[in-house]
Design a protein around this ligand. Structure first.
Ligand code: ATP
Ligand code: MG
Length: 267
């Protein structure tokens, strides 16, 4: 059974102690890529059935530090999937209207409907991460959000949504290399932002915020996976394995055909 990296943290833990390097779990990149492609085919098939069945919902949440690989994950995982059955939502700095509501308002509007897969590129977790690190709201406001988030996700779960949450765990050195290539390669320049360098200065604060949020919000009904993400091929594989295992377990079925289809004659 391959390692799933599901977080089981009953007590406070140290993110630095969890691996960012995937090579130790899978020494062979070629084999990993072959397995990934086979699983992606299966994913495409299962997604068709999920869509046709039109009953269950799957929500995939991605969180990471800047350059952690959220975009690349989405590109690789969703390649070949019927776009009608998937919605990707990227959550940016909230608008004035969004800020005039509770923090889950914009999130709830974006959750997947029956038959759909929803992917969150950033999420409601920003409201206990960036918001905490940069003192956007006081602790008395963000701390109760752990419980509010758990209750919200329980509601989604109880009404037919499977939830998978992936934290793409890269090392600080890996972030530096990725920022550097955004500077060096002209076609990656657009991804570089000076603001990302400002945020990098707060790395230890982010780690503390991530540790507490991961521990508080990894529940039975909505587990967090801490994915070693320094190697993109290992990150893709382990996320794909978890998604496919979950969809196999959801076991979506094509709906029953109308009766007596074999009698139908098309004039
Ligand atoms: P990329 O990795 O391609 O840069 P991104 O997700 O970082 O994509 P940006 O437009 O660069 O997209 O940044 C979005 C910003 O919005 C992030 O800095 C994030 O922390 C911020 N953000 C998201 N949700 C909230 C929130 N609820 N409150 C405050 N800031 C938020
Ligand atoms: Mg950014």
């Amino acid at each position: 059974m391959p390692h799933t990296h599901r977080l089981m943290a009953e007590r406070p833990f140290n993110l630095e102690a969890l691996p960012t390097d995937g090579k130790q779990f899978h020494p062979n990149r070629d084999e990993a890529e072959t397995e990934f492609k086979a699983l992606r085919k299966e994913f495409v098939q299962l997604q068709r059935q999920l869509y046709a069945e039109g009953k269950q919902k799957l929500l995939i949440v991605l969180q990471a530090m800047d350059a952690g690989g959220k975009d690349g994950t989405i590109r690789n995982i969703l390649k070949g999937v019927n776009p009608q059955g998937v919605r990707v939502h990227s959550f940016k700095v909230p608008s004035k209207e969004e800020l005039a509501h509770d923090f889950l308002w914009r999130i709830h509007k974006a959750v997947p409907a029956q038959g759909m897969i929803g992917v969150f590129n950033r999420s409601h977790y920003e409201d206990v991460l960036v918001v905490r690190v940069h003192d956007i709201v006081p602790e008395a406001v963000w701390r109760p959000r752990y419980e509010q988030i758990n209750n919200f996700e329980k509601l989604l779960h109880d009404t037919g949504t499977r939830i998978l949450k992936f934290y793409l765990h890269i090392s600080k050195d890996e972030q530096k290399e990725r920022f550097q290539s955004r500077l060096d390669e002209p076609e990656k320049n657009w991804k570089f932002s000076l603001e990302d360098l400002e945020k990098r200065k707060f790395w230890p604060h982010y780690m503390t915020a991530y540790e507490e949020m991961l521990q508080q919000c990894s529940t039975e009904w909505a587990p967090w996976y801490v994915v070693p993400a320094n190697q993109k091929w290992y990150r893709n594989l382990t996320i794909m394995r978890t998604i496919v295992q979950t969809l196999r377990d959801m076991n979506p079925q094509y709906p029953e055909a109308e009766a007596n289809l074999d009698q139908v004659v098309i004039e």
